[in-house]
Design a protein. Structure first.
Length: 141
């Protein structure tokens, strides 16, 4: 039998999504990660009651190290297994949106004040649909 991946092998289920621990954190320090193979920054983030955590992110095309400091970012995966990136231990995964056909990555920010380290709400029976240009949004229960 061939060892091919099927659509079901790569499709995330509600249970997979619920296992992700997404929380907002504020960037308190950032510096150029000179030891990394690809251009990156070392990031130190405050997650309130969860404390400080570090991350490595390839965000150098749009952000200088001082740009993200003081901003709150909404897409931080805090239950991601820590991993070594060159000389730096990355403890959280900072989510970003890559811009097609560039090396640019935009960091997501909440559109209002949110408590640091608050658990991101999950609505497994609610779905938000957005078309490819972002102009048509629908909500379904």
């Amino acid at each position: 039998m061939p060892d091919e991946k099927t659509e079901l092998d790569t499709t995330a289920r509600v249970e997979d999504f619920i296992r992700l621990d997404l929380r907002p954190g504020i960037m308190v320090r950032a510096e150029v990660f000179t030891e990394a193979r690809k251009p990156a920054c070392k990031l130190w983030m405050d997650f309130g009651p969860l404390g400080m955590k570090c991350s490595s992110a390839r965000i150098t095309r749009l952000y200088s190290p001082d740009d993200p400091v003081g901003c709150t970012y909404s897409g931080c995966l805090t239950n991601f297994a820590p991993f070594q990136v060159a000389t730096f231990l990355s403890e959280v995964l900072v989510l970003g949106v890559p811009i097609p056909e560039t090396d640019e990555v935009v960091l997501p920010v909440p559109d209002g004040d949110v408590p640091l380290g608050a658990k991101t709400a999950r609505f497994p029976m609610c779905f938000l649909f957005v078309d490819t240009n972002g102009s048509n949004i629908s909500f379904s229960l």
